[in-house]
Design a protein around this ligand. Structure first.
Ligand code: 26W
Length: 811
């Protein structure tokens, strides 16, 4: 890519600043300077976007659209500069103007339009698609308020709204000219014209879907794909004057408000489904707008509708966008006048589906009444899909009514979205090997038996551009100095680093880089919490959504046990540790919120107890998100991935930590298994039950938490500490956690894995004592992390699901 010279950059930046603010940049605030830089870069990207689109339109290469309810992009400035090859020029140029690029970057609000893993994966995929020169675009919702901002007040989580658009968003461009109408409610009138049924959707409520486009720039390859996020507006932006005249003024306002509600806020629940009408509205809203605009674009460029499936792939990120299937059917049937068979062939060939969770409480199903009322025409189509599917089941399972009704799309007055997604797509994939096996053998086994060829695995990945090159420049420099730069384009070349992991000077260098990152994090911890932590202590990070299955409680119990031991035996030889927690709890998830309170309470006791606080510190960092993760991950020694085996579909922070040279302490769950396969027993700390044992307990019972406690006095005592006032005067403060373990029989086997967790933690201490040994392990982890780049994942999707035209010409 032709990059700018420093001189040109300075000139352009100064003139951009003048144009925006009518004064010289030296008088500006950092926020204004950020805005000016953002808009300068945005303009430069415009040219790349135009060229990319021109190329896509003329080569007619297959276009991939990734439909996702969530895109957790974080900040864009730094990563965009990196990908454009302008990071150095920009940093140096600004320096000449006495401006620190970092100070400007901090002014950018995180784009937090996602809950966690699923949304961040979508963001990593966009980066990889653009960087691999694949014509892949995002389609989602432009929530006015993203994931809530978390504050800790009195040790408890408090939720504040995330008004991320308050200062505007330099990266997006509103495209009023590309707006679509989405229709809700009303009735369907069926007309018979010469024996053909024509469906008229009448009396509906129209909603204007206005797209906002954000360019996604590939790594130094002159590609800019598009992320299109839809915003809901009243069709007549002004009040409806006819109803106004009739005195129905309030009705007009009501309509406007109810429409704008659709894209108002991201639902903050993940892994827990709530059958809210507004959520169903959100789902249909962006799906319908997206599919309509894709078809409009396709036809505008002279695409033949019968070849649609050869030129377009629509991917659905979990079941949330499943309505892509009936919506595409609707357009093909009602607007393109295709036969059912043709429409069905095109739809199923076009759509593919990724499952991200086996937690049954996260499975989406909509009450038939609600569905029918909100989407009458779509419901008719889903009914027809269901009938045809059930008929095909009858052929195979003669007389087996139970099986047929358990597989049906509509049953027990519910529309089951996962069933619709499987039936209406040509590919169903899980996100790590174990997860896919569980889908095939357990969760979706009937469907796997019926459609064995649809099922496949695509182990998740993370973009090494954001999560290594951008967030860990120290390590990146060391890698470039030792193995050269090829890993940037070919991340599996990181393997070349393995031989360096043995070298003393490299081990020392790795230690030095880590220490520097830890000093940076220590500063952040001090600023945010007032707690002073020792950068030479072992940084042990457990950062992710707070959820019972992720077992923050197991970590808490272990710290509580360690605290008891240190009190009893002040000379106990342990490695000083800083326990770092961060993560948000869904606002309605009491147990998870109680866990946050527990962590903070343990912190208050431990950090203020002079008998132990030279040895251990417990820190909870509020408002976990992409930007905070970028500070925590490069500074971590030990990565906690301790979910109940079988429950974590993949996990992706495990990969980020590994790539930054943290050692993983883990159950053999999700992608931890594949990390273990990569680095071998000696370079990871594995503990706990395996999937067979867990599934066996779940299926056959036989586990008793009370018995576990009876057998292990230390465990009994630690669990007892939850309700004896040790960590909070109010003895009932952590009653819900205590009850989840002792009364509800510890659904996630925390107590069962406790002993083996303590054992392996002792091994961690032993290993950490030998600094050289530890750094060697870090080096090996880094060397083997390349396979977890989302570039690998995306190549697999492109080759075996999307059938996209692969043009690796810039690689
Ligand atoms: C309907 C409410 C709801 C919302 C979001 C249910 C479920 C979700 C997501 C599927 C939750 C999620 O983010 N799952 C995570 O997806 C990651 C990317 O594949 C995996 O790495 C994580 O293991 C999985 O928990």
């Amino acid at each position: 890519m032709d990059t700018m010279s420093k001189k040109t950059f300075i000139k352009n930046y100064q003139s951009k600043y003048r144009e925006l603010y009518g004064e010289e940049v030296e008088f500006g605030s950092n926020q204004q300077r950020y805005e000016a830089l953002g808009s300068l870069i945005r303009e430069m990207i415009l040219k790349i976007s135009m060229d990319t689109n021109k190329r896509y339109n003329s080569t007619k290469e297959k276009q991939i659209y990734y439909f996702s309810m969530e895109f957790l992009l974080g900040r864009l400035l730094g990563d965009t500069l990196l990908n454009m090859g302008m990071l150095d020029v920009c940093r140096e140029g600004l320096k000449e103007l006495n401006i620190n690029l970092k100070d400007l970057e901090e002014w950018e609000q995180d784009q937090g339009l996602g809950n966690g893993g699923l949304g961040r994966l979508a963001a990593c995929f966009l980066d990889s698609m653009a960087s691999l020169n694949i014509a892949g675009h995002g389609c989602g919702i432009r929530y006015k308020y993203g994931f809530f901002e978390q504050k800790i007040i009195n040790r408890k989580q408090v939720e504040l709204s995330d008004n991320w658009l308050r200062e505007g968003n330099v990266w997006e461009k509103r495209r009023q000219d590309k707006a679509e109408i989405v229709k809700f409610g009303g009735d369907v009138k069926v007309e018979n014209v010469d024996g053909k049924l024509i469906f008229h959707h009448i009396n509906y409520e129209p909603v204007l879907a206005v797209p906002y486009d954000t360019p996604i720039v590939g790594y130094r390859n002159k590609v800019a794909n598009n992320l299109r996020l839809w915003s809901a507006e009243a069709v007549n932006n002004e009040f409806d004057y006819s109803s106004f005249r009739r005195g129905d003024f309030l009705k007009a306002i009501e309509y406007k408000n109810s429409v704008e509600l659709i894209s108002q806020v991201l639902y903050p629940e993940d892994s827990f489904y709530e059958g809210k009408m507004l959520r169903l509205k959100q789902e249909y809203f962006f799906v319908s707008a997206g599919v309509q605009s894709i078809i409009r674009h396709y036809k505008k460029h002279k695409g033949d509708i019968l070849d649609f499936d050869e030129k377009v792939a629509l991917h659905i990120n979990d079941t949330h966008p499943t309505l892509v299937i009936p919506e595409l059917m609707r357009i093909l049937l009602d607007e393109e006048n295709l036969s059912w068979e043709e429409a069905w062939r095109i739809t199923t060939n076009t759509v593919s589906y990724t499952n991200h969770t086996i937690m049954s409480e996260a499975l989406e199903k909509w009450p038939v009444d609600m569905f029918k009322k909100l989407l009458p025409r779509i419901y008719m189509i889903v009914e027809e899909i269901n009938e045809r599917f059930c008929k095909s089941l009858w052929g195979k399972y003669i007389g087996q009514w139970d099986k047929i009704s358990s597989m049906a799309i509509i049953a027990d007055e519910y529309v089951k979205m996962a069933h619709l997604a499987i039936v209406g797509s040509h590919s169903v994939n899980g996100v790590a090997k174990l997860h896919t096996e569980i889908l095939k053998k357990e969760e979706m086994k009937d469907f796997y038996y019926f459609y064995p060829n649809k099922f496949n695995n695509k182990t998740n990945g993370i973009t090494h551009r954001r999560w290594l090159i951008k967030s860990n420049p120290g390590l990146t420099n060391l890698l470039c100095d030792t193995i050269g730069e090829s890993f940037i384009k070919h991340p599996t070349d990181l393997l070349n680093f393995e031989k360096f992991a043995n070298k003393t000077d490299i081990q020392e260098e790795l230690g030095r880089i880590k220490l520097e990152n830890k000093m940076n994090l220590a500063k952040i911890i001090k600023n945010k919490t007032g707690i002073i932590v020792d950068p030479n202590s072992l940084f042990d990070a457990h950062v992710k959504r707070i959820h019972a299955y992720k077992r923050q409680t197991l970590n808490c119990l272990r710290i509580m046990d360690l605290y008891n031991q240190l009190i009893e035996n002040p000379n106990k030889d342990i490695i000083p540790r800083t326990f770092i927690f961060a993560g948000k709890a869904a606002p309605g998830y009491y147990l998870a919120k109680n866990t946050i309170e527990l962590i903070n309470s343990i912190g208050e006791v431990v950090n203020n107890d002079p008998r132990v606080n030279e040895k251990i510190k417990v820190v909870f960092l509020e408002n976990y998100g992409v930007s905070l993760a970028e500070d925590i991950i490069p500074a971590t020694d030990l990565s906690e991935q301790i979910s109940t085996t079988t429950k974590e579909a993949s996990g992706t922070s495990n990969m980020k930590f590994m790539m930054n040279g943290a050692i993983t302490i883990a159950t053999l769950d999700g992608a931890n298994i594949e990390i273990h396969d990569e680095v071998g027993d000696e370079n990871i700390f594995i503990f706990g039950m395996n999937s067979r044992e867990v599934l066996n307990y779940i299926e056959n019972g036989g586990y008793s938490a009370v018995e576990m406690c009876k057998e292990d006095k230390k465990l009994e005592r630690t669990v007892g500490d939850l309700i004896n006032g040790k960590y909070c005067q109010d003895k009932n403060a952590f009653k819900s956690i205590y009850d989840s373990l002792m009364i509800y029989n510890d659904e996630f086997f925390v107590l069962k894995d406790f002993e083996s967790y303590l054992d392996i933690q002792r091994k961690v201490d032993e290993t950490f004592k030998d600094a050289r040994m530890w750094q060697k392990m870090c080096g090996i982890n880094i060397a083997h992390s390349g396979i977890f780049s989302s570039d690998r994942t995306i190549k697999e999707y492109a080759a075996s699901i999307w059938g996209s035209t692969l043009l690796y010409k810039n690689l």
